[in-house]
Ligand binder design. Structure first.
Ligand code: FES
Length: 247
């Protein structure tokens, strides 16, 4: 395949970026999207040009590091992570526009790399349970009903890639936050800090510059792990519950 790539190039957080045009030939449909960018970068390095900076780590769809807006869609035309998107989703002669996540809370560091530490700070604000150290408790000492366990596992599937934020016209991080709150709120171990958790995480979310949810659902549609919109309802219910308890 021969492709034309329009890629966002930006030297640093403090400089202005611009789209730049590249033509790449001999792209196999079996390549992943990131492997295609690797090939482009090898060509750029051979020509003495600066390679395109982009994030990746596991390249197996589990770590949440990768994240590009491809032709206007977070992670591209398939519902998956950018590293699991393959070039068979495109055809010979296609023009592909590649941009970083766009959100006030995700400043561009260089080219396609964004700083997503704002998500880490939301977790630091309350996305944990406090447990006494010591001997491991007996297995099944704390029973969890199957429905709650299933829903906790569903929330735990969020890999924190930020596609929900990139897809949302309000750049809201509420699907991410709702997934974490649901994950812990469904478990007995998550109950002691349940009220303080939601208040603290929502405050941090707003302080980071994420927008509010207006129920558009773009976040859930873009989520590579299929986190449903109802985790946001659960977060809102938990917030009301915490406020009713005077938190
Ligand atoms: S690089 Fe880990 S999820 Fe894509």
């Amino acid at each position: 395949m021969k492709l034309t790539l329009n890629i966002w190039r930006q030297e640093s957080q403090s400089t202005t970026g611009a789209m730049k045009n590249y033509v790449i030939d001999n792209v196999s449909e079996d390549m992943s999207f990131l492997e295609m960018l690797d090939v482009l970068n090898e060509e750029l390095i051979e020509k003495g040009e600066d390679p395109v900076a982009f994030d990746s780590d596991c390249r197996e769809g589990i770590c949440g590091m990768c994240g590009l807006v491809i032709n206007g869609q977070a992670h591209g035309p398939e519902v998956t992570t950018t590293c699991q998107l393959h070039m068979r989703s495109f055809k010979d002669g296609d023009e592909i526009t590649i941009e970083p996540w766009r959100a006030e809370a995700f400043p561009v560091l260089k080219d396609l790399c964004t700083n997503r530490e704002s998500l880490d700070r939301i977790i630091q604000a309350g996305g944990y349970v406090s447990a006494n150290t010591g001997a491991a408790p007996d297995a099944h000492a704390t029973l969890v009903p199957k429905d709650n366990a299933d829903r906790a596992f569903m929330g735990a599937e969020c890999i924190g890639c930020g596609a929900c934020v990139a897809a949302c016209p309000n750049a809201s991080g509420m699907l991410f936050m709702g997934a974490k709150i649901t994950h812990l709120g469904e478990l007995p171990q998550g109950q002691p800090e349940r009220d303080a958790r939601v208040v603290s995480m929502v405050d941090q979310h707003d302080a980071e510059g994420f927008g509010g949810c207006t129920n558009l659902g773009e976040c859930s549609r873009a989520c590579p792990k299929g986190i449903p919109l109802n985790v946001i309802s659960q977060m809102n219910r938990d917030l009301l519950r915490a406020k009713s308890h005077g938190k």
